[in-house]
Design a protein around this ligand. Structure first.
Ligand SMILES: Nc1ncnc2c1ncn2[C@@H]1O[C@H](COP(=O)(O)OP(=O)(O)OP(=O)(O)O)[C@@H](O)[C@H]1O
Ligand SMILES: [Mg+2]
Length: 231
């Protein structure tokens, strides 16, 4: 069986002109379809850089990356956008919701990009918000929601396109313990429904929710011993 995600020797160099930073120094990673994986590491270790490449938001400087058997490491920005929209749902630490739009409109956005018609969009966005427990907040703007509720909106936005892969970068970094629990419970539900989850965090207790944990240190990845967490 082939991996859903397969990285070999992935490197990323940020060349700002003055000094080149080697943020990833040869990453090998396989993630099977249906896995729930956490990637842990300290600040500056390369987690977000890795997530950007995993999520087809950026391409590696070297090495190869295959998503669903397709080499995406040399794709153009336009080609990457198509892959992202079809296959990946994102959850970020800062929620990344549009402040002027209601929760419903925020969740509809990826469906607009996917060319889904108005009525179906509305219906699917409403269902996604209901799924994260926010059926009664669809007309609220982000500023009228708690942090935990905002993150649930962004989980709804991540799942509304029915992606195979959900990528989350510090999704609980701005949440209190109750909201952290709620959001992690949603990830477990999505995983139980067959989605592949890659969760990036620097918190050991959040990483322990995953079935496999990888550690990234100074741009290099290694598999951690089984966490004994909920698996
Ligand atoms: N756009 C960029 N240009 C230049 N250097 C960058 C850029 N983005 C990240 N870096 C550098 O690459 C390294 C890895 O950064 P990255 O953001 O991936 O770390 P991180 O593990 O996500 O950290 P944190 O936990 O603080 O979010 C850091 O040394 C950082 O300064
Ligand atoms: Mg980061």
């Amino acid at each position: 069986m082939s991996a859903l995600l397969r990285m070999r020797g992935v490197r990323k160099v940020y060349d700002t002109g003055v000094i080149a930073v080697e943020a990833l120094r040869g990453i090998d990673l396989d993630v099977e379809a249906g896995d729930f994986v956490a990637i842990m590491g300290p600040s500056g270790s390369g987690k977000s850089t890795l997530m950007h490449i995993l999520g087809c938001l950026d391409v590696p400087t070297g090495g190869s990356y295959e998503l669903g058997g397709v080499d995406v490491s040399h794709m153009s920005e336009a080609e990457l956008a198509v892959v992202r929209n079809a296959q990946i749902g994102f959850v970020f630490q800062q929620f990344n919701l549009l402040a002027s739009m209601t929760a419903l409109r925020n969740v509809e956005l990826p469906l607009i990009y996917a060319g889904v018609g108005r009525a179906e969009r509305r219906e699917r966005a409403q269902a996604a918000l209901a799924r994260v427990g926010l059926a009664d907040r669809v007309e609220h703007r982000p500023g009228e929601l708690s942090g935990g509720q905002q993150q649930r909106v962004s989980v709804a936005r991540a799942l509304v396109t029915d992606p195979t892969l959900i990528l989350a970068d510090e999704p609980t970094g701005n949440l209190d313990s109750v909201s952290t629990h709620d959001v992690l419970a949603l990830f477990h539900e999505l995983h139980d429904a067959g989605r592949t989850i890659v969760l990036i965090t620097h918190e050991a207790d959040v990483a322990a929710e995953a079935h496999r944990v990888w550690r990234i240190t100074d741009g290099l990845l290694s598999e951690a011993a089984p966490s004994g967490g909920r698996a």
